[in-house]
Design a protein around this ligand. Structure first.
Ligand SMILES: Cc1ncc(COP(=O)(O)O)c(C=O)c1O
Length: 474
Protein backbone atom coordinates (compact mmCIF):
# COMPACT_ATOMS: atom_id res chain seq x y z
CA UNK A 1 0.00 0.00 0.00
CA UNK A 2 1.62 3.25 -1.15
CA UNK A 3 0.94 6.48 0.77
CA UNK A 4 -2.79 5.93 0.81
CA UNK A 5 -5.32 5.13 3.51
CA UNK A 6 -7.51 3.07 1.24
CA UNK A 7 -7.06 -0.68 1.03
CA UNK A 8 -7.78 -0.28 -2.67
CA UNK A 9 -7.69 -3.47 -4.68
CA UNK A 10 -6.80 -5.56 -1.57
CA UNK A 11 -10.01 -4.60 0.21
CA UNK A 12 -12.17 -7.61 -0.58
CA UNK A 13 -9.28 -10.01 -0.03
CA UNK A 14 -8.52 -8.34 3.32
CA UNK A 15 -12.13 -8.71 4.42
CA UNK A 16 -12.17 -12.36 3.37
CA UNK A 17 -8.92 -12.98 5.20
CA UNK A 18 -10.16 -11.23 8.34
CA UNK A 19 -13.34 -13.34 8.15
CA UNK A 20 -11.21 -16.49 7.90
CA UNK A 21 -9.22 -15.45 10.98
CA UNK A 22 -12.44 -14.80 12.89
CA UNK A 23 -13.89 -18.16 11.84
CA UNK A 24 -10.68 -19.85 12.99
CA UNK A 25 -10.92 -18.09 16.37
CA UNK A 26 -14.58 -19.08 16.80
CA UNK A 27 -13.78 -22.73 16.05
CA UNK A 28 -10.92 -22.52 18.53
CA UNK A 29 -13.21 -21.15 21.26
CA UNK A 30 -15.71 -23.99 20.75
CA UNK A 31 -13.62 -26.22 22.98
CA UNK A 32 -10.99 -25.49 25.63
CA UNK A 33 -7.35 -25.74 24.66
CA UNK A 34 -4.91 -27.77 26.66
CA UNK A 35 -2.31 -25.01 27.02
CA UNK A 36 -1.84 -21.33 26.29
CA UNK A 37 0.22 -20.28 23.27
CA UNK A 38 3.72 -19.13 24.25
CA UNK A 39 4.81 -15.68 23.01
CA UNK A 40 7.41 -16.71 20.41
CA UNK A 41 10.72 -14.89 19.85
CA UNK A 42 9.38 -13.91 16.45
CA UNK A 43 6.35 -12.26 18.04
CA UNK A 44 8.44 -10.53 20.70
CA UNK A 45 10.56 -9.05 17.94
CA UNK A 46 7.48 -8.03 15.99
CA UNK A 47 6.20 -6.19 19.06
CA UNK A 48 9.46 -4.28 19.45
CA UNK A 49 9.52 -2.87 15.93
CA UNK A 50 9.63 0.95 15.65
CA UNK A 51 7.01 3.15 14.02
CA UNK A 52 6.61 2.02 10.41
CA UNK A 53 7.01 4.86 7.95
CA UNK A 54 5.92 2.69 5.04
CA UNK A 55 2.98 0.30 5.05
CA UNK A 56 3.18 -3.51 4.74
CA UNK A 57 1.08 -6.09 3.02
CA UNK A 58 -2.40 -6.18 4.57
CA UNK A 59 -2.77 -9.98 4.58
CA UNK A 60 0.58 -10.45 6.28
CA UNK A 61 -0.30 -7.68 8.76
CA UNK A 62 -3.67 -9.27 9.57
CA UNK A 63 -1.84 -12.53 10.24
CA UNK A 64 0.48 -10.68 12.61
CA UNK A 65 -2.58 -9.32 14.44
CA UNK A 66 -3.97 -12.86 14.60
CA UNK A 67 -0.70 -14.10 16.13
CA UNK A 68 -0.86 -11.42 18.83
CA UNK A 69 -4.45 -12.35 19.67
CA UNK A 70 -3.67 -16.07 19.75
CA UNK A 71 -0.89 -15.47 22.29
CA UNK A 72 -3.11 -13.27 24.49
CA UNK A 73 -5.48 -14.20 27.31
CA UNK A 74 -8.87 -14.37 25.60
CA UNK A 75 -11.87 -14.16 27.88
CA UNK A 76 -13.88 -15.85 25.14
CA UNK A 77 -12.32 -19.24 25.95
CA UNK A 78 -14.63 -21.56 27.89
CA UNK A 79 -12.20 -22.07 30.77
CA UNK A 80 -11.32 -18.44 31.33
CA UNK A 81 -12.79 -18.21 34.83
CA UNK A 82 -10.73 -15.35 36.28
CA UNK A 83 -12.06 -12.01 37.59
CA UNK A 84 -15.41 -11.43 35.85
CA UNK A 85 -14.93 -12.51 32.28
CA UNK A 86 -17.00 -12.23 29.18
CA UNK A 87 -17.54 -14.25 26.04
CA UNK A 88 -16.99 -12.24 22.85
CA UNK A 89 -20.43 -13.36 21.61
CA UNK A 90 -20.11 -14.01 17.87
CA UNK A 91 -23.00 -11.86 16.71
CA UNK A 92 -21.72 -9.10 18.99
CA UNK A 93 -18.32 -9.18 17.29
CA UNK A 94 -20.01 -8.94 13.88
CA UNK A 95 -22.13 -6.05 15.16
CA UNK A 96 -18.97 -4.22 16.23
CA UNK A 97 -17.43 -4.64 12.79
CA UNK A 98 -20.57 -3.30 11.17
CA UNK A 99 -21.05 -0.42 13.59
CA UNK A 100 -17.41 0.60 13.53
CA UNK A 101 -17.44 0.61 9.74
CA UNK A 102 -20.18 3.23 9.74
CA UNK A 103 -18.54 4.97 12.72
CA UNK A 104 -21.71 6.74 13.78
CA UNK A 105 -21.44 9.25 16.61
CA UNK A 106 -24.14 8.86 19.25
CA UNK A 107 -23.61 12.35 20.66
CA UNK A 108 -26.31 14.19 18.73
CA UNK A 109 -29.24 12.83 16.80
CA UNK A 110 -27.89 10.12 14.52
CA UNK A 111 -31.28 9.25 13.03
CA UNK A 112 -31.98 5.50 13.03
CA UNK A 113 -29.02 4.67 15.27
CA UNK A 114 -30.38 6.99 17.96
CA UNK A 115 -33.68 5.11 17.81
CA UNK A 116 -31.85 1.80 17.96
CA UNK A 117 -30.05 2.87 21.13
CA UNK A 118 -33.35 3.94 22.71
CA UNK A 119 -35.01 0.68 21.68
CA UNK A 120 -32.13 -1.37 23.11
CA UNK A 121 -32.29 0.53 26.41
CA UNK A 122 -36.01 -0.32 26.46
CA UNK A 123 -35.32 -4.00 25.73
CA UNK A 124 -32.68 -4.09 28.44
CA UNK A 125 -35.05 -2.50 30.96
CA UNK A 126 -37.71 -5.10 30.10
CA UNK A 127 -35.17 -7.92 30.31
CA UNK A 128 -34.02 -6.85 33.77
CA UNK A 129 -37.46 -5.87 35.10
CA UNK A 130 -36.54 -2.22 35.67
CA UNK A 131 -39.59 -0.13 34.76
CA UNK A 132 -37.87 3.03 33.49
CA UNK A 133 -36.98 2.63 29.84
CA UNK A 134 -34.51 5.53 29.79
CA UNK A 135 -30.76 5.66 29.84
CA UNK A 136 -27.71 5.29 27.69
CA UNK A 137 -24.83 3.01 26.84
CA UNK A 138 -21.43 3.73 28.37
CA UNK A 139 -17.96 2.27 28.25
CA UNK A 140 -18.23 0.28 31.48
CA UNK A 141 -19.68 -0.21 34.93
CA UNK A 142 -17.26 2.34 36.34
CA UNK A 143 -18.60 5.07 34.05
CA UNK A 144 -22.21 3.94 34.51
CA UNK A 145 -21.81 4.21 38.29
CA UNK A 146 -20.17 7.63 38.05
CA UNK A 147 -22.95 8.81 35.72
CA UNK A 148 -25.69 7.70 38.11
CA UNK A 149 -23.96 9.13 41.17
CA UNK A 150 -23.42 12.46 39.41
CA UNK A 151 -27.18 12.63 38.88
CA UNK A 152 -27.76 11.70 42.53
CA UNK A 153 -25.39 14.49 43.58
CA UNK A 154 -27.35 17.06 41.60
CA UNK A 155 -30.60 15.90 43.14
CA UNK A 156 -29.31 15.88 46.72
CA UNK A 157 -27.34 19.11 46.33
CA UNK A 158 -29.11 21.10 43.60
CA UNK A 159 -26.82 23.47 41.78
CA UNK A 160 -23.66 21.79 43.03
CA UNK A 161 -22.48 21.24 39.45
CA UNK A 162 -22.26 25.02 39.27
CA UNK A 163 -21.19 26.01 42.76
CA UNK A 164 -19.05 23.01 43.66
CA UNK A 165 -19.28 21.23 46.99
CA UNK A 166 -17.26 23.53 49.20
CA UNK A 167 -20.01 24.31 51.73
CA UNK A 168 -21.45 20.81 51.83
CA UNK A 169 -20.68 17.55 53.62
CA UNK A 170 -22.00 14.78 51.36
CA UNK A 171 -21.96 11.03 52.05
CA UNK A 172 -22.75 7.92 50.05
CA UNK A 173 -23.50 4.48 51.47
CA UNK A 174 -22.59 1.05 50.13
CA UNK A 175 -21.72 -2.39 51.39
CA UNK A 176 -18.23 -2.98 52.68
CA UNK A 177 -17.77 -5.21 49.62
CA UNK A 178 -19.01 -2.76 46.97
CA UNK A 179 -16.86 -2.42 43.84
CA UNK A 180 -14.11 0.18 44.15
CA UNK A 181 -15.60 2.13 41.25
CA UNK A 182 -17.93 3.57 43.92
CA UNK A 183 -14.91 4.95 45.78
CA UNK A 184 -13.51 6.26 42.51
CA UNK A 185 -16.85 7.97 41.84
CA UNK A 186 -16.68 9.62 45.28
CA UNK A 187 -13.16 10.81 44.53
CA UNK A 188 -14.05 12.17 41.10
CA UNK A 189 -17.36 13.76 42.03
CA UNK A 190 -15.76 15.77 44.80
CA UNK A 191 -17.28 13.89 47.76
CA UNK A 192 -13.88 12.51 48.67
CA UNK A 193 -13.26 8.92 49.57
CA UNK A 194 -13.92 9.60 53.26
CA UNK A 195 -17.52 10.30 52.28
CA UNK A 196 -18.01 6.61 51.41
CA UNK A 197 -19.68 4.80 54.30
CA UNK A 198 -18.79 1.12 54.21
CA UNK A 199 -21.86 -0.49 55.73
CA UNK A 200 -21.25 -3.84 57.46
CA UNK A 201 -22.37 -7.06 55.76
CA UNK A 202 -24.25 -10.07 57.12
CA UNK A 203 -23.19 -13.71 57.06
CA UNK A 204 -24.24 -13.93 53.40
CA UNK A 205 -22.06 -10.89 52.67
CA UNK A 206 -25.03 -8.56 51.99
CA UNK A 207 -25.39 -5.02 53.27
CA UNK A 208 -27.16 -4.90 56.64
CA UNK A 209 -30.19 -2.58 56.32
CA UNK A 210 -30.31 -1.69 60.00
CA UNK A 211 -26.65 -0.67 59.96
CA UNK A 212 -27.43 1.49 56.92
CA UNK A 213 -30.34 3.16 58.67
CA UNK A 214 -28.17 3.90 61.70
CA UNK A 215 -25.35 5.34 59.57
CA UNK A 216 -27.75 7.66 57.74
CA UNK A 217 -29.38 8.81 61.00
CA UNK A 218 -25.98 9.54 62.51
CA UNK A 219 -24.90 11.54 59.46
CA UNK A 220 -28.12 13.54 59.42
CA UNK A 221 -27.68 14.35 63.11
CA UNK A 222 -24.22 15.66 62.27
CA UNK A 223 -25.30 17.87 59.38
CA UNK A 224 -24.06 15.53 56.64
CA UNK A 225 -26.11 15.28 53.41
CA UNK A 226 -26.80 11.69 52.28
CA UNK A 227 -26.47 11.69 48.49
CA UNK A 228 -27.09 8.07 47.53
CA UNK A 229 -27.27 4.50 48.71
CA UNK A 230 -25.60 2.02 46.38
CA UNK A 231 -26.96 -1.52 46.50
CA UNK A 232 -24.61 -4.02 44.89
CA UNK A 233 -26.51 -6.63 42.90
CA UNK A 234 -23.74 -9.17 42.64
CA UNK A 235 -20.56 -8.25 44.49
CA UNK A 236 -17.31 -8.68 42.63
CA UNK A 237 -15.80 -10.76 45.41
CA UNK A 238 -18.45 -13.41 46.05
CA UNK A 239 -21.53 -12.51 43.96
CA UNK A 240 -23.72 -11.50 46.91
CA UNK A 241 -26.84 -9.48 46.19
CA UNK A 242 -27.74 -6.75 48.68
CA UNK A 243 -31.39 -6.77 49.94
CA UNK A 244 -32.65 -4.18 47.49
CA UNK A 245 -36.25 -3.97 48.80
CA UNK A 246 -35.14 -3.32 52.38
CA UNK A 247 -32.68 -0.70 51.16
CA UNK A 248 -35.42 0.89 49.02
CA UNK A 249 -37.63 1.19 52.13
CA UNK A 250 -34.87 3.09 53.89
CA UNK A 251 -34.12 5.29 50.89
CA UNK A 252 -37.80 6.13 50.52
CA UNK A 253 -38.16 6.99 54.20
CA UNK A 254 -35.20 9.41 54.06
CA UNK A 255 -35.75 10.59 50.45
CA UNK A 256 -32.34 9.31 49.29
CA UNK A 257 -31.40 8.22 45.76
CA UNK A 258 -31.07 4.43 45.42
CA UNK A 259 -28.58 3.24 42.82
CA UNK A 260 -28.19 -0.47 42.05
CA UNK A 261 -24.73 -1.45 40.85
CA UNK A 262 -25.56 -4.54 38.84
CA UNK A 263 -22.55 -4.29 36.55
CA UNK A 264 -21.87 -7.99 37.05
CA UNK A 265 -24.94 -9.63 38.52
CA UNK A 266 -28.03 -7.79 37.30
CA UNK A 267 -28.68 -9.94 34.21
CA UNK A 268 -29.54 -12.77 36.66
CA UNK A 269 -32.65 -10.75 37.57
CA UNK A 270 -34.04 -12.07 34.28
CA UNK A 271 -33.70 -15.77 35.15
CA UNK A 272 -36.59 -17.31 37.13
CA UNK A 273 -34.46 -19.06 39.77
CA UNK A 274 -32.38 -16.01 40.65
CA UNK A 275 -34.99 -13.29 40.03
CA UNK A 276 -36.25 -13.27 43.67
CA UNK A 277 -32.81 -12.10 44.84
CA UNK A 278 -33.44 -8.81 43.04
CA UNK A 279 -36.87 -8.04 44.54
CA UNK A 280 -37.29 -4.29 44.88
CA UNK A 281 -35.21 -3.45 41.80
CA UNK A 282 -38.11 -1.57 40.27
CA UNK A 283 -37.93 0.95 43.12
CA UNK A 284 -34.36 2.05 42.36
CA UNK A 285 -33.66 5.51 40.90
CA UNK A 286 -30.88 4.18 38.69
CA UNK A 287 -29.16 0.93 37.79
CA UNK A 288 -25.88 -0.02 36.09
CA UNK A 289 -25.44 -3.21 34.11
CA UNK A 290 -22.55 -4.42 31.97
CA UNK A 291 -23.81 -6.29 28.92
CA UNK A 292 -20.13 -7.02 28.30
CA UNK A 293 -20.04 -9.21 31.36
CA UNK A 294 -23.04 -11.48 31.84
CA UNK A 295 -24.87 -10.71 28.62
CA UNK A 296 -21.87 -12.09 26.78
CA UNK A 297 -21.32 -9.34 24.16
CA UNK A 298 -17.80 -7.95 23.57
CA UNK A 299 -16.50 -4.97 25.52
CA UNK A 300 -17.40 -2.21 25.85
CA UNK A 301 -21.13 -2.31 26.43
CA UNK A 302 -22.41 -1.06 29.76
CA UNK A 303 -25.68 0.75 30.36
CA UNK A 304 -27.01 3.14 32.94
CA UNK A 305 -30.79 3.16 33.28
CA UNK A 306 -32.66 5.84 35.16
CA UNK A 307 -36.18 6.36 36.33
CA UNK A 308 -36.16 10.00 35.24
CA UNK A 309 -33.98 11.13 32.30
CA UNK A 310 -34.38 14.76 33.35
CA UNK A 311 -32.16 14.07 36.35
CA UNK A 312 -29.39 13.18 33.91
CA UNK A 313 -30.07 16.27 31.80
CA UNK A 314 -29.96 18.48 34.89
CA UNK A 315 -26.54 17.02 35.59
CA UNK A 316 -24.94 16.89 32.17
CA UNK A 317 -26.70 19.20 29.68
CA UNK A 318 -24.89 22.26 28.34
CA UNK A 319 -26.17 24.87 25.95
CA UNK A 320 -23.29 25.03 23.49
CA UNK A 321 -23.65 27.23 20.44
CA UNK A 322 -23.06 24.39 17.98
CA UNK A 323 -25.39 21.86 19.61
CA UNK A 324 -28.93 22.03 18.26
CA UNK A 325 -31.82 21.76 20.72
CA UNK A 326 -35.00 21.55 18.70
CA UNK A 327 -38.33 21.32 20.54
CA UNK A 328 -36.51 20.70 23.83
CA UNK A 329 -35.43 17.29 22.50
CA UNK A 330 -32.56 15.89 24.55
CA UNK A 331 -29.44 14.91 22.68
CA UNK A 332 -27.53 11.89 23.92
CA UNK A 333 -24.73 14.23 24.94
CA UNK A 334 -27.18 15.98 27.29
CA UNK A 335 -27.52 12.85 29.42
CA UNK A 336 -24.03 11.33 29.24
CA UNK A 337 -20.46 12.11 30.27
CA UNK A 338 -19.05 11.50 26.80
CA UNK A 339 -19.32 13.48 23.59
CA UNK A 340 -17.94 11.16 20.91
CA UNK A 341 -19.73 7.89 21.57
CA UNK A 342 -19.78 4.77 19.38
CA UNK A 343 -22.89 2.76 18.66
CA UNK A 344 -22.33 0.31 21.55
CA UNK A 345 -25.99 -0.63 21.58
CA UNK A 346 -25.81 -2.41 18.25
CA UNK A 347 -24.12 -5.53 19.62
CA UNK A 348 -26.78 -6.02 22.26
CA UNK A 349 -29.57 -5.17 19.83
CA UNK A 350 -28.35 -7.69 17.27
CA UNK A 351 -27.64 -10.29 19.96
CA UNK A 352 -31.17 -10.04 21.37
CA UNK A 353 -32.66 -9.96 17.88
CA UNK A 354 -30.76 -13.03 16.71
CA UNK A 355 -30.91 -15.19 19.84
CA UNK A 356 -33.96 -13.88 21.72
CA UNK A 357 -34.14 -13.05 25.44
CA UNK A 358 -34.92 -16.64 26.38
CA UNK A 359 -31.51 -17.87 25.18
CA UNK A 360 -29.85 -15.30 27.43
CA UNK A 361 -31.90 -16.33 30.45
CA UNK A 362 -31.00 -19.97 29.79
CA UNK A 363 -27.27 -19.26 29.47
CA UNK A 364 -27.29 -17.22 32.70
CA UNK A 365 -29.15 -20.01 34.49
CA UNK A 366 -26.57 -22.52 33.18
CA UNK A 367 -23.73 -20.43 34.64
CA UNK A 368 -25.53 -20.35 38.00
CA UNK A 369 -26.01 -24.11 37.89
CA UNK A 370 -22.29 -24.54 37.10
CA UNK A 371 -21.50 -22.46 40.19
CA UNK A 372 -23.80 -24.59 42.37
CA UNK A 373 -22.24 -27.76 40.95
CA UNK A 374 -18.72 -26.54 41.72
CA UNK A 375 -19.77 -25.55 45.22
CA UNK A 376 -21.33 -28.98 45.91
CA UNK A 377 -18.39 -30.88 44.41
CA UNK A 378 -15.75 -28.87 46.27
CA UNK A 379 -17.70 -29.18 49.52
CA UNK A 380 -17.86 -32.95 49.16
CA UNK A 381 -14.14 -33.25 48.32
CA UNK A 382 -11.69 -34.01 51.16
CA UNK A 383 -9.09 -31.52 49.91
CA UNK A 384 -11.26 -28.46 49.26
CA UNK A 385 -13.11 -26.04 51.44
CA UNK A 386 -15.86 -23.60 50.46
CA UNK A 387 -17.62 -20.63 52.07
CA UNK A 388 -20.39 -21.39 54.56
CA UNK A 389 -23.22 -20.34 52.24
CA UNK A 390 -23.69 -21.49 48.62
CA UNK A 391 -23.14 -19.03 45.78
CA UNK A 392 -25.99 -16.59 45.19
CA UNK A 393 -24.97 -16.09 41.56
CA UNK A 394 -22.00 -17.52 39.63
CA UNK A 395 -18.87 -16.83 41.73
CA UNK A 396 -17.62 -19.76 43.82
CA UNK A 397 -14.59 -19.15 46.04
CA UNK A 398 -12.85 -22.38 47.12
CA UNK A 399 -9.54 -23.30 48.74
CA UNK A 400 -7.28 -26.27 48.30
CA UNK A 401 -6.55 -27.83 51.68
CA UNK A 402 -3.38 -29.85 51.53
CA UNK A 403 -3.07 -32.17 54.52
CA UNK A 404 -0.18 -31.04 56.73
CA UNK A 405 0.18 -27.67 55.00
CA UNK A 406 0.76 -24.92 57.57
CA UNK A 407 0.26 -21.94 55.28
CA UNK A 408 -2.85 -22.42 53.18
CA UNK A 409 -2.72 -18.83 51.91
CA UNK A 410 0.72 -19.27 50.35
CA UNK A 411 -0.32 -22.72 49.14
CA UNK A 412 -3.42 -21.43 47.37
CA UNK A 413 -1.47 -18.57 45.79
CA UNK A 414 0.92 -21.26 44.51
CA UNK A 415 -1.93 -23.40 43.21
CA UNK A 416 -3.37 -20.41 41.40
CA UNK A 417 -0.02 -19.47 39.84
CA UNK A 418 0.52 -23.10 38.79
CA UNK A 419 -2.92 -23.21 37.19
CA UNK A 420 -2.21 -20.02 35.29
CA UNK A 421 1.10 -21.44 34.02
CA UNK A 422 -0.47 -24.82 33.23
CA UNK A 423 -2.97 -23.10 30.94
CA UNK A 424 -5.82 -25.60 30.93
CA UNK A 425 -7.96 -23.40 33.18
CA UNK A 426 -7.42 -19.70 33.86
CA UNK A 427 -8.40 -18.69 37.36
CA UNK A 428 -7.59 -15.77 39.69
CA UNK A 429 -7.12 -15.53 43.47
CA UNK A 430 -9.00 -13.28 45.89
CA UNK A 431 -8.61 -12.39 49.54
CA UNK A 432 -11.74 -13.02 51.56
CA UNK A 433 -11.71 -12.23 55.29
CA UNK A 434 -7.93 -12.14 55.15
CA UNK A 435 -7.58 -15.57 53.53
CA UNK A 436 -6.49 -16.43 50.00
CA UNK A 437 -9.12 -18.24 47.94
CA UNK A 438 -9.35 -19.39 44.36
CA UNK A 439 -12.26 -17.52 42.84
CA UNK A 440 -13.75 -18.83 39.60
CA UNK A 441 -16.57 -16.83 38.08
CA UNK A 442 -18.88 -18.31 35.46
CA UNK A 443 -20.07 -15.74 32.93
CA UNK A 444 -19.33 -17.48 29.64
CA UNK A 445 -21.97 -19.25 27.58
CA UNK A 446 -19.29 -21.61 26.22
CA UNK A 447 -18.42 -23.07 29.65
CA UNK A 448 -19.77 -26.58 30.29
CA UNK A 449 -20.21 -28.82 33.33
CA UNK A 450 -17.18 -30.79 32.09
CA UNK A 451 -15.15 -27.58 32.41
CA UNK A 452 -16.36 -27.23 35.98
CA UNK A 453 -15.30 -30.78 36.86
CA UNK A 454 -11.90 -30.40 35.27
CA UNK A 455 -11.29 -27.13 37.14
CA UNK A 456 -11.48 -28.97 40.46
CA UNK A 457 -9.48 -31.91 39.10
CA UNK A 458 -6.67 -29.63 37.91
CA UNK A 459 -6.70 -27.58 41.14
CA UNK A 460 -6.29 -30.79 43.13
CA UNK A 461 -3.70 -32.27 40.76
CA UNK A 462 -1.56 -29.11 40.86
CA UNK A 463 -2.28 -28.59 44.57
CA UNK A 464 -0.96 -32.03 45.45
CA UNK A 465 2.41 -31.74 43.74
CA UNK A 466 5.31 -30.35 45.85
CA UNK A 467 7.06 -28.39 47.03
CA UNK A 468 4.57 -27.26 49.65
CA UNK A 469 6.74 -26.95 52.72
CA UNK A 470 5.93 -23.33 53.47
CA UNK A 471 7.15 -21.91 56.74
CA UNK A 472 4.39 -21.51 59.32
CA UNK A 473 2.85 -18.03 59.51
CA UNK A 474 4.06 -15.95 62.44
C1 LIG B 1 -20.06 -4.82 40.85
C2 LIG B 1 -19.18 -4.13 39.83
N1 LIG B 1 -19.35 -2.82 39.59
C3 LIG B 1 -18.60 -2.15 38.70
C4 LIG B 1 -17.61 -2.80 37.99
C5 LIG B 1 -16.78 -2.02 37.00
O1 LIG B 1 -17.14 -2.38 35.71
P1 LIG B 1 -16.21 -2.03 34.45
O2 LIG B 1 -15.02 -2.93 34.57
O3 LIG B 1 -17.06 -2.36 33.26
O4 LIG B 1 -15.85 -0.59 34.53
C6 LIG B 1 -17.38 -4.16 38.22
C7 LIG B 1 -16.32 -4.87 37.50
O5 LIG B 1 -16.05 -6.01 37.70
C8 LIG B 1 -18.19 -4.84 39.15
O6 LIG B 1 -18.02 -6.14 39.41
Amino acid sequence: MKDSLSLGASREAALEHAAALVAHAWRDFDSPRESETEISELLINELRKPLPEQGSDVIESLDAAGDVLDASLAQSRPRYLAYIGSSGLEIGALADLLAHSYDINLALDARAATRLEAQTIGWLADFLGFPARLGSFTSGGTISNITALAAARERALPGSRTTGLSDTRPAIYCSAEAHYSITRAAELLGFGRNAVRDIPIDEQRRMQPEALRAAIALDLANGVTPVAVIATAGTTLTGSVDPIAALADICESFGIWLHVDGAYGLPAASAPLTAPLFAGLSRADSVSVDAHKWMFVPKACSAVLVRDARTLARTFAHDEAYIPHEDDELNAVDITLEYSRPLRAMKLWLALRVHGAQAFRAAIADNCEQAQHLYRSAKAHPRFEVLASPPQLSIVPFRHVLPGCTDLDAHNLDVCARMQRDGRVYISPATIDGQVWLRPCFTNFRTTMADVDITLKIADELGCIGPHDHPPTK
